[in-house]
Design a protein around this ligand. Structure first.
Ligand code: 5GP
Ligand code: MG
Length: 177
């Protein structure tokens, strides 16, 4: 059992900056999906907080579902082995799907999600991530909506965990030694 970190993370992106960027993303998504049947899928647990804020910035009727995945590897690097740990509740055929994740790193997670969702025959699948670490990309995947480009730092807060802690920190930051 890990003990909670002694220090709060050092702020990288403030709660105010996150909220402002989410309003912009919400407006852009609202324009792009106007009149289309939209299903938002959150990748739990990390994307729960971002998704909760993002969908309230989308001014359209939409359905919400979530999927839980397990990615093997170390705390800071994905091995590329990603397995699904839950099933979707909603039907995706005839729907436009927007997958929401908190961070796009190697891309293995979103690649796996794409393969899983394709089998459900949605009209299309797009990706929205709060954070993009472009230099870490391994899988051939790109996000359609990106909140912030960030350098290769291990970040926490706003849904991102440090040994399952820090998800409730309201900003994105880096751990202090
Ligand atoms: P990927 O499969 O693209 O390598 O990354 C998938 C998952 O790894 C993310 O959804 C997130 O849960 C975790 N992850 C990647 N980078 C970071 C990071 O900097 N901090 C934390 N806390 N998790 C990360
Ligand atoms: Mg995640």
């Amino acid at each position: 059992m890990e003990t909670p970190p002694a220090l709060l993370p050092k702020e990288l992106i403030s709660a105010t900056a996150i909220a402002a960027r989410i309003r912009e993303l919400g407006a852009e998504i609202s324009r792009d999906y106007a009149g289309k049947p939209l299903t938002v899928i959150a990748i739990a647990n990390g994307a729960i907080i971002f998704t909760a804020d993002l969908i309230r910035a989308i001014d359209l009727p939409l359905q919400l579902d979530s999927i839980m995945l397990a990615s093997y590897g170390t705390q800071t690097a994905s091995s590329g082995e990603v397995v699904s740990r839950s099933k979707l509740k909603l039907e995706l055929s005839g729907r436009h799907v927007l997958v929401v994740d908190e961070i796009l790193d190697s891309g293995h997670t979103l690649m796996k999600v794409f393969e899983l969702l394709k089998q459900e025959k949605p009209i299309d699948v797009k990706f929205c991530v709060l954070l993009n670490k472009q230099e870490r990309r391994r899988a051939d995947i790109r996000a359609d909506y990106v909140g912030f480009e960030i350098p290769d730092h291990f970040v926490v807060g706003y849904g991102l965990d440090y040994h399952e802690y820090c998800r409730n920190v309201p900003y994105v930051g880096v751990m202090q030694e």
